[in-house]
Design a protein around this ligand. Structure first.
Ligand code: GRF
Length: 203
């Protein structure tokens, strides 16, 4: 599959995908990396790997819809089969999301449906959870609410801070992200009107 990745930050999940591709563990190719933050480290990682990049800033557009239309057009120039949100900190408009049914994935640092939105690590600690984790899910217009493809769980340790928990989880997110994308890119997981369907030889 041709894979597009959208990023906003440090890009450690993107790096995991780049490394997986280099090692032949990704049934697909990253064809473009786009960002809403022109200076983010993730774009540098893409450039270093020889991947096409683009960046758009909200302040150059009249409104959210106009920027999403430009973002969508940039993505479509590269004809991706799959769009992966890897630390992309922008809420996409329902119109844009609707254009990629079953073809847009996001990684979220919580055991969804727990803790959609921000500050997931602090919220898990404040709730006294004994477990925390991350989820890769299909993107639907409602934030962090799409069908979950795969999750990773880690124990919460005594004395954990939000940062410590986030760091420990991040290491596991990378493998989760690669595994979930590999399933979808290989066609072993599909989103159908009846929900997620798992099939195929690699399972
Ligand atoms: C990760 O924790 C991811 O789950 C969340 O944003 C963070 C991105 O980190 N959506 P990175 O930019 O991939 O390093």
């Amino acid at each position: 599959a041709r894979i597009a990745v959208l990023v906003s930050g440090r890009g450690s999940n993107l790096q995991a995908l780049i490394d997986a591709q280099a090692n032949g563990r990704l049934p697909g190719r990253i064809v473009v990396v786009g960002s809403n933050k022109p200076d983010c480290a993730a774009l540098d990682r893409a450039t270093a790997a020889g991947i096409d990049t683009f960046a758009l800033r909200q302040r150059d557009f009249a409104d959210r819809e106009a920027m999403d239309a430009a973002l969508d057009a940039e993505l479509r120039r590269h004809s991706p089969g799959l769009v992966v949100l890897a630390g992309f900190m922008r809420i996409l408009s329902p119109t844009m999301v609707a254009g990629w049914p079953g073809r847009m994935l996001n990684i979220h640092p919580s055991l969804l449906p727990k803790y959609p939105g921000l500050d997931t690590h602090a919220r898990a600690l404040a709730a006294g959870d004994s477990e925390h984790g991350a989820s890769v899910h299909y993107v639907i217009p409602e934030l962090d609410a799409g069908p979950v493809i795969a999750q990773v769980r880690i124990p919460v340790l005594a004395g954990d801070t939000p940062d410590a928990l986030a760091q420990r989880l991040l290491l596991r997110e990378h493998a989760l992200m690669v595994a979930a994308i590999a399933l979808v890119a290989a066609g072993d997981v599909q989103l159908t009107p009846a929900g997620i369907q798992f099939s195929g030889a690699t399972l």
